[in-house]
Design a protein around this ligand. Sequence first.
Ligand code: G4P
Length: 285
Amino acid sequence: MPDLEKPDVIFREEQRLLQVLKHVDMVLEVLDARLPFTSRNVRLRAMLAEKNVIILNKADLAERNITDCWLGFFLREGRPAFPFSAKNPTALKNLEKKIMQQRPGNLKFNRPLRLIVAGIPNVGKSTIINRLAGTYALKTGARPGITRGPQWIRLRAGWEMLDTPGLLYPYLRNENSKLALTAIGALEGVDAPPAEDVARWLINCIASRNELKRRFLRAYLLDTAITPDFELLLQQIGRMRCSLGPGGLVDLHKTANLIINDFRRGVFGRISLEEPDLTGTLEGG
Ligand code: G4P
């Protein structure tokens, strides 16, 4: 990954998206519903603005009332935004309806709407493309500006969509944003903090709210409280889940990863990691 701490540099993949932008009518900008502010690309925000429709994906993993607050936040910004769950088979029709409503008014009647899906890693771009494409998609061949590589596919609704998503990168505002982005799987490699730090941060978010705490304790069959001794907690969870290393000892790193994966899969139920506020700072950490 490039150096994500530079907010003003447009990276190669983002340049590519800017090229394509001239040929599309709408950008479906996919954000993670659990982290809508931090999973947004600040560099291209202004450029995408006139064409983008925001999809708060993985809404099945986010707290409904907080997602509603985010919808209000984007509405106040004048951006159309919709919650979506690519895993929910019935949500697709609704999304298609919403896209239809946002169709630019000046589009020529006989020309299909052209779309691209874009977003940072792991927010569900490919899953959304697959859902929209379904079994109805047909390759339509080359179009101006896209010589090889990405292909336009014709969708059931008559629209055309690029089969390859636009890859954006998050901006690493501070330590909390790195931890949160790693928790949702959007950051890996050298930029990502160690799994132990991410697990500790997640547990702190969870422990600060009674309902979430109850679900966490239930998930790991823990008795009464989340011990503030992080290593002891990893030992307890690691033993319970047989997350062992050489000599039968609990593997703390593996256990931290296990907790992160359980969060990603929604094992602790719906958890939103940030709420909108005036400054847009993280509430969860
Ligand atoms: P990307 O292209 O933006 O990088 O994301 P991708 O579609 O590959 O999705 C990343 C992971 O998120 C996948 O899980 C995918 O199944 C999951 N996912 C996508 N949309 C949703 C959603 O709305 N709700 C939930 N709960 N999960 C979603 P994975 O474990 O990496 O792969 P898989 O084993 O599920 O195939």
